[in-house]
Design a protein around this ligand. Sequence first.
Ligand code: WQD
Length: 342
Amino acid sequence: MSKQILVTGGTGYIGSHTVVELQNEGFDVVIVDDLSNSNIDVLDAIEKITGKRPAFEKFNLADREKTNVFFEQYKNIDAVIHFAAYKAVGESVQKPLEYYRNNLVSLMNLLENMKKHRVSNLVFSSSCTVYGQPDQLPVTESTPRKPAESPYGNTKAVSEDIMRDFSHANEGINCIALRYFNPIGAHPSALIGEFPVGVPNNLVPFITQTAAGLRDELKIFGADYDTPDGTAIRDYINVVDLAKAHVVSINRLLENKQQSSYEFFNVGTGNGYSVMQLVKTFIKVNGVDVKYQITDRRAGDIEKIWADTTLANEELGWEAEKTLEETLESAWAWEKKVRNIK
Ligand code: WQD
């Protein structure tokens, strides 16, 4: 009997890639998603890739009644991976209450039901944003968190605290938070990828949409940072590598290998690349042009961050495998597929 994994937000960008890797490992998957930032067609794409269609329920986990009903119905869940959350940094500044309510109430409804229905294991989608601008680089898991720069980032920090406190108060509940750096790229099949609604906030989808002619030019937010080429540095991690980190985390909990009831890991490549390096690498590996213009810094951006991945490498037995070049090729292949560009 295959173990069953609940993936909330499973039709989203990272969620869908994780569902594929879970199915490749033989897990049964049920997705809960309210489709507020993703498309139901992703289920067809997942089925095309793996030959298996995940079960699907459409509702928002901030709805306590619907979440309770779901857990009454699905009695064989062995673990949960929780992606479902609002995640637009800028929007969270405009709508803080929506972000706190959606992101925190969803998690609390989930944890309450996990306790009630004896679902012991949770892997959570956290973010390196909890570190703010670190004083020292690379960041390790011992690097202190800093006050969040946005309500979105604060929901990640508070969610970590909720999991820590709830797992300490409830024997048998074990949580792992994965602190993502910057997820980019798409599945090699080009059947799933990042599909931002409206104008992309993130760098790589803006680059690919500019290359596809949907955007006139890329604005590079600031070239006066204290970095080699003046543009900001991030640790860009391939989304398939990131998805695999969730599978190893689930196995860690199912095999009871966790060292404590609440653990967290940096999930990055350990390499920092500047915005300009990304743009130039994208142009080179894909043989396309990307018009860009240097503009002012974007409010709330930090200057540089990249991960020390030793703990994930040694404790999870996981490391990022894909190169930046193949990741940017996959991003472009996906954009071309979506836009029907040959
Ligand atoms: C990367 C770099 C920008 C767009 C955020 C969240 C993080 C996660 C990923 C949700 C920065 C520059 C960007 C553009 C640019 N969010 N940039 N022109 O801000 O590092 O992280 O998104 O899961 O939690 O904090 O990612 O891709 O927006 O920006 O110059 O049009 O690219 O200034 O230096 P960020 P990003």
